[in-house]
Design a binder for this molecule. Sequence first.
Ligand code: LHQ
Length: 261
Amino acid sequence: MASILVSLETGVLSITLNRPDKLNSFNPEMHELLRRALARAHDEDAVRAVLLTGAGRAFCAGQDLSERNVSPGAAPIDLSLSLGSHYNPLVRRLRELPKPVVCAVNGVAAGAGANIALACDLVVAARSASFVQAFSKIGLVPDSGGTFFLPRLVGTARAMGLALLGEKLSAEDAAQWGLIWKVVDDAQLSKEALAISRNFSEGPTKGYGLIKKAFSMSATNALDAQLDLERDLQRQAGFTEDYREGVAAFKEKRKPAFKGK
Ligand code: LHQ
């Protein structure tokens, strides 16, 4: 059984983490297949949005803790190798992909699984889902961008509480705190996430990519630099076919037919 499932339909590349018996926790094969799927999303013009979700009752439980011999008597393991070769490139790939990535959190998202979800552009969660910064429970530090995304999304006080306590945060609280876009009834999750993804796949892809870039840079830019960046990105957006189509459609009071160009 492949550890991820990938399918392309009407411009949406759906990627499903598929190790349900291990709560879709990451092993090297899953990392490799996900790397290839995101490379495809990057390279193929036919892909105009990505939808990431999990099979079974969990979204993702982070690193597969049964993969390594970690026990009091065993030799220490250098975890930086795994972050450097797998998790950090994954987060960078999601952030740098110039197309929208929707994450449908279908169940518990723990450890790196929670932070991979937060690295996506728009997170919709099932009402029964939850988010757990499980790292502190096993003596680790939030990784996969957690220490970057969490304080920016919910403020330092809540980020610290989540990281230090490692308790489950319900999807409803996550939405109320501003950690995610929204929560929907479990039965509605796939439909809702697919509708959002389809909407993106029919949208001005280049503009979306530039929006991602603008927000990504705003995390570290001062206002002056960000204003300059907006000017430069808007120049690029204004040169797209989709901008011309968007304005024409507005004037003609019709639905725009964006081509992602
Ligand atoms: C699992 C896992 C799991 C294997 C549940 N692995 N089997 C990066 C760099 C390198 C190394 C270290 O890590 C990292 C990043 C990280 O992600 S570190 C954090 C790793 N993840 C965790 O610490 C989460 C561990 N899991 C949990 O806290 C709970 O299982 C959650 C909150 C996810 C779900 O709780 P429950 O719904 O109560 O389910 P459960 O605990 O009963 O788990 C069900 C089964 O899944 C169980 O197996 P079993 O054979 O007893 O049915 C678990 O052992 C297994 N499982 N997570 N990460």
